[in-house]
Structures are given as structure tokens and as C-alpha cells.
Design a binder for this molecule. Structure first.
Ligand SMILES: Cc1cc2nc3c(=O)[nH]c(=O)nc-3n(C[C@H](O)[C@H](O)[C@H](O)COP(=O)(O)O)c2cc1C
Length: 167
């Protein structure tokens, strides 16, 4: 059976909350939900399936702790692993860089692991995002600042999609 680890970076708590909600839907143990602020290469490599979550800060930047952790991810052997991305952004205040962090992580892993869990952009309001790859988000984009009412449904749909893609 494949083992799933969820790694998140969160400055205000939103992406951490979402990580725990996703874990609960996928039956991932709380010990396998890790804050990237203290995660190591060994933590990463023990899993077959990796979920990476980052909020977006600055103007399209990775969450603070991800700035270091992306180097750990880039140096790790991810061959044979499946990776799915999620993160929180603010499509109203930052419509040109909405959830950019997902795009940055995608670019770091796309040639070294199989990325799953792409999401249609329909139903989102934004102008531009580096997370959009070939017309779809490279993972689950969430907006807890403006659309928290949609989060539960978006998480449900995405975790069901992942379960199918992981068969
Ligand atoms: C100073 C600042 C800059 C931000 N920049 C972006 C951005 O470029 N793109 C985006 O989608 N969201 C941006 N956000 C919104 C955050 O990503 C959003 O509030 C998110 O829910 C925070 O998640 P966290 O609590 O897990 O860190 C920014 C928020 C702040 C306060």
C-alpha cells in the first residue's frame, strides 16, 4: 500500500488548516501531516505519494518556509513518486499572481515525479497565475479570504479525484 505524506507551509494558518482537512478526507494520519518549517529530506523520501501545500506571499512568492524547503525538494530523489499540489491565495487582492506558489513548486518537481491532481480553472475569478499549466491549475487552488464557502466542496472534489488518480 502506498504511503502518503502531506507537507505544508503556512504563515497565517490557512494552508495548515486545509492540509489537515485534506488529510482527514484521505485518511492520512496526523503524524504524516508535516510543517515544512521543520521537515527534512528523510521525512520526504519515506513516502510514495507527496502532497505539497503552500500559500502565496509577496507578489507571487512561495510561503516563507517553502523558500528553504524547495531546495530540499529539489535535491531529493523523487523518482517513482506521485506529487499533488494545493495552496491558498487571494484572488481578489492578488488577481495577477493568484496561487503562484503552486506553479513554482510544479516547475521544481515536474521532471522528477508524476504530478497528479490538476484542477479546472472554471469557477475561479482571477486574471493571471503561474499555477495555470496548459489551461488548468497544477493543483488545488483555494481562496480562504474570499471564497471559504467553496473550500469544502473543492476539497471534496479534489480528494475524490486524487483517490481515482492514485488507483
Ligand atoms: C502581504 C501579502 C501578500 C500576498 N500575496 C499573494 C499573492 O501574490 N497571491 C495570492 O494568491 N495570494 C497572496 N496573498 C494571500 C495569501 O496567500 C492568503 O491570505 C492565504 O490564505 C494565506 O495562507 P496561510 O495562512 O496559509 O499563509 C498575500 C497576502 C498577504 C498578506
Amino acid at each position: 500500500m502506498s504511503k502518503t505524506g502531506i507537507f505544508y507551509g503556512s504563515s497565517g494558518g490557512n494552508t495548515g488548516d486545509v492540509a489537515r482537512r485534506i488529510a482527514s478526507k484521505l485518511n492520512v494520519d496526523s503524524a504524516d501531516v508535516r510543517d515544512v518549517a521543520s521537515a527534512t529530506t528523510d521525512d520526504l523520501t519515506q513516502y510514495d505519494v507527496l502532497l505539497f501545500g503552500s500559500s502565496t506571499w509577496g507578489l507571487g512568492d512561495l510561503q516563507y518556509d517553502w523558500e528553504d524547503f524547495i531546495k530540499t525538494v529539489t535535491a531529493a530523489d523523487l523518482s517513482g513518486k506521485k506529487v499533488a499540489l494545493f495552496g491558498c491565495g487571494d484572488s481578489s487582492s492578488y488577481p495577477d499572481t493568484f496561487c503562484n506558489a503552486l506553479g513554482t513548486i510544479y516547475k521544481a518537481v515536474k521532471d522528477r515525479a508524476t504530478v497528479i491532481g490538476f484542477v479546472d480553472t472554471a469557477g475561479y475569478s482571477f486574471d493571471d497565475s503561474e499555477a495555470v499549466i496548459d489551461g488548468r491549475f497544477a493543483g488545488l487552488a483555494l481562496d480562504e479570504d474570499n471564497e471559504s464557502n467553496l473550500t469544502e466542496e473543492r476539497i471534496n472534489r479534489w480528494t475524490e479525484q486524487l483517490a481515482k488518480e492514485l488507483v
